[in-house]
Design a protein around this ligand. Structure first.
Ligand SMILES: Nc1ncnc2c1ncn2[C@@H]1O[C@H](COP(=O)(O)OP(=O)(O)OP(=O)(O)O)[C@@H](O)[C@H]1O
Ligand SMILES: [Mg+2]
Length: 299
């Protein structure tokens, strides 16, 4: 089917304000995409959060890719911070069938999850998660039978974006909860992606070596990101949705869909159980239809 063509093999990053519902949308979209016939891989790229495997019905997280790639430079490992060292991760392409089983989890449906890395357990003073962002920036996952849709759950805010993770995404989805902060962040995120698409170069005044400046510039001029989509979440009623849509329209933002507020979602995050909100799945199917259309047009 023609429509399906653009999503398999693509990397879709989910971004937005802290607590807006990035991880929730990832868990819902992953399951909804799977139900629609896609092979799905989720990358947990939030270095400080927990619970994503359980939200997808997995018992426990896999060993981290940071371990696979040799640990972070701050602890004597090899993976560097992309701000100081924009050079690519060595061997960023992973094929599931060739990967040691300990580095991925899989739920009953077959959805795959990998964890980029967590900073909580690396000792005092090892609190910079730049190397984890580099893994999230560069990692490309393949499977044996066709191509995966990769969904990446990022850490809140702009830090990872400023570290270059947007450059290697095909599409970004910004989650917007009904707050002024979310509206502002959505607008800033759109501006940043527009700048990348317009080949505006990154901040490199801190880099002494001209070679590294060239690497950083190339990362941005070669950036593959095609577009950004916006999804509203935690919408309690139509009045709120209407108001939020108006505020977003003032910033020229037209969301492709919304997920309603649903009390089963916080319950799942509290208990560590799979997110199975029926209404949200129906809303996610609509979002996927728009994504299929939108990505086909802009690819
Ligand atoms: N549609 C929804 N209805 C009700 N509660 C929701 C909904 N989406 C998210 N929540 C609740 O909001 C909180 C934050 O959600 P979530 O963890 O998905 O956000 P996040 O953007 O990933 O947060 P963080 O920035 O901490 O990673 C959770 O407690 C979750 O249960
Ligand atoms: Mg999250």
């Amino acid at each position: 089917m023609n429509k399906m063509k653009s999503l398999p093999g693509s990397r879709i990053g989910v971004l937005g304000k802290g607590g807006a519902g990035k991880s929730t949308l990832v868990a819902i979209l992953a399951q909804a995409l799977h139900r629609r016939g896609y092979d799905v891989c989720v990358i947990d790229a939030d270095s400080t959060n927990f619970g994503l495997p359980q939200s997808l019905g997995m018992d426990s997280p896999p060993k981290t890719l940071l371990d696979l790639y040799g640990g972070m430079v701050f602890s004597g490992g090899v993976v560097t911070c992309p701000v100081d060292d924009p050079t690519p991760l060595a061997d960023p392409e992973i094929t599931i069938d060739e990967l040691s089983r300990q580095y991925y989890a899989q739920n009953d449906a077959g959805i795959i999850l990998m964890t980029a890395g967590k900073i909580g357990n690396h000792g005092p003073g090892a609190g910079c998660d730049g190397p984890i962002a580099k893994i999230a920036r560069d990692l490309i996952v393949h499977n044996g039978n066709g191509e995966l849709v990769t969904l990446i759950d990022f850490k809140a805010g702009f830090e990872d974006s400023a570290r270059g993770v947007l450059t290697n995404l095909d599409w970004a989805i910004v989650v917007i909860d009904p707050t002024i902060a979310s509206v502002e962040i959505a607008s800033d995120m759109r501006a940043m992606i527009d700048q990348i698409k317009a080949d505006v170069l990154p901040a490199t005044a801190h880099l002494e070596s001209p070679e590294l400046v060239a690497v950083a510039n190339k990362l941005y001029t070669d950036a593959k990101i095609k577009d950004v989509f916006f999804v509203m979440n935690k919408i309690p009623d139509q009045e709120t949705e209407k108001y939020l849509r108006e505020k977003l329209a003032q910033k020229d933002i037209d969301p492709i869909g919304s997920i309603s507020e649903d009390s089963s979602i916080p319950a799942a995050w509290l208990k560590g159980t799979q997110i199975q909100a029926k209404n949200a799945f129906a809303e996610a199917q609509k979002i996927i239809e728009v994504l299929e259309e939108g990505t086909a047009v802009s690819s």
